[in-house]
Design a protein around this ligand. Structure first.
Ligand code: SF4
Length: 435
């Protein structure tokens, strides 16, 4: 979501003649768009501020803005701690960025703290601004915030309550992205499958996107098992553009830990959703999130997480040792021994990596459909993604422009991250694939 937000921040500031630069040494304004999910982000932010300060010590001070969830959660502390920062802007207030920059340009001496929750106003302002991203693969925010209040999570406090973006705004923005070359769209929300705008659900958005010519692929993330409703499950059997990959976080394989996390579902409930999805479309694969070493996690609880990993065989898992986030209910709980937690994580990740690699290895010698996103370093080989978001690098091909096309690639080699393959001669057109 931060990637999407950063793009929109950049779109907003064009109206006051700011352009994105790759040149760190010549910027007039820095926007550090932050994430608060793990504690390292705050550290990284202060490190970046230090880097800017050092580079600009003999030059005109650039404007420094902190946006995103760290700004929301720790705005006051940041302004107190670093005089170099001009303003903190929460994730629901970045539509005000131009006014804020103008104020600072006009020698406003006061530090600005803009951290109100005004999601609806933000969505409306976003819709007035054309999304000019011209990439094959794009994200679009359709929902923000969360009402689930898992005890470890900062999202309900930094992004606010669940708010769904107006249906028409979403379709309109996707159409404009398609005009600029978008073929693969990911619908985003902290709890995206809770989308509900005046009765329209996530499956309604997918249905509408299915009808749009030139759009090849639709995905969504991140989902909560409780909101994996019947209509959405059925959508996976109905819509060809909806990719067979679902990110379905669970966090733990132990019902005791799920309960103490306030996840509001059991392992059995979660597995039942997976079973239903597989029944509707056997090709569906899953990615997941796990927290290892949550307060109270015993060896037995950990083994239950390992068992769940073995059952689902996720094709990718994001797993971390629990880190308490300030202000969340679980931040007061006693931590388990940190070396035990780290050992468990290593064990967990090595098994998760094995499943990830196994999945890719099974594709060796097979043909996969790859949507080409770009040429690599101006050579004649291409980078693209298959239906499961696996990165694929192709052989070299002269005199072709395949960007934005779906091609068939025979996979020859793979490692955990990337598969290498050869485009088979007569690549098909998008229409042939659709048929
Ligand atoms: S459902 Fe996800 S976003 Fe919502 S509180 Fe739980 S972990 Fe955070």
């Amino acid at each position: 979501m931060n990637e999407y937000d950063s793009g929109r921040i950049s779109d907003f500031t064009k109206a006051i003649n700011y352009r994105k630069t790759e040149n760190f040494k010549e910027a007039d304004c820095f926007v550090l768009n932050t994430c608060h999910i793990r504690e390292k982000a705050t550290e990284k932010m202060f490190h970046e501020i230090g880097r800017i300060k050092k580079e600009y010590k003999d030059k005109k001070k650039p404007i420094v803005l902190i946006t995103g969830c760290v700004a929301q959660a720790e705005g006051e502390i940041i302004l107190k701690k670093s005089k170099y920062v001009d303003a903190v802007i929460g994730p629901q207030s970045y539509q005000k960025i131009n006014e804020i920059i103008k104020k600072i340009e006009n020698n406003n001496k006061e530090k600005i703290d803009e951290t109100n929750f005004d999601t609806i106003k933000k969505f409306d302002t976003l819709s007035e601004l054309e999304n000019k991203a011209s990439k094959v693969f794009n994200y679009i925010t359709v929902q923000e915030g969360c009402d689930k209040f898992c005890k470890f999570c900062v999202v309900p406090y930094t992004r606010g309550v669940e708010t769904s973006r107006p249906f028409e705004q979403i379709i309109c923005e996707v159409k404009s992205l398609i005009k600029n070359g978008c073929k693969d769209i990911t619908l985003l929300g902290q709890n995206v499958n809770a989308y509900n705008y005046k009765g329209k659900k996530l499956s309604d958005i997918i249905f509408e996107l299915e009808k749009l010519d030139n759009l090849q692929r639709v995905r969504y993330t991140t989902s909560h098992p409780k909101d994996m409703t019947e209509d959405l499950i059925l959508a996976h059997g109905r819509f060809k553009k909806l990719m067979p990959l679902i990110h379905l976080p669970v966090q733990s394989g132990s019902n005791k830990i799920l309960d103490s996390m306030n996840r509001r579902h059991s392992v059995e409930y979660y597995l039942d959703k997976i079973k239903k999805l597989k029944k509707i479309n056997a090709n569906i694969e899953f990615t997941g999130d796990f927290i290892i070493g949550y307060p109270g996690e015993t060896e037995e609880d950990f083994h239950q997480s390992i068992n769940l990993l073995k059952k689902v065989k996720y094709i990718q898992v994001f797993s971390f040792v629990y880190s308490p986030r300030p202000g969340t209910p679980s931040s007061d709980l006693s931590l388990i021994n940190s070396s035990i937690a780290k050992e468990r994580l290593i064990k967990f990740q090595s098994l998760a990596d094995k499943y990830q690699l196994d999945f890719k290895r099974k594709l060796i010698g097979k043909t996969v459909k790859v949507l080409i996103e770009k040429k690599i370093n101006n050579q004649n080989s291409y980078f693209g993604r298959d239906e499961y978001m696996n990165s694929v690098i192709t052989n070299k091909l002269k005199n072709e422009n395949l960007i934005g096309k779906v091609v068939e690639v025979e996979i020859q080699k793979t490692n955990k991250q990337t598969m290498l393959g050869t485009i088979i001669n007569n690549f098909k057109t998008e229409k042939e694939f659709a048929a």
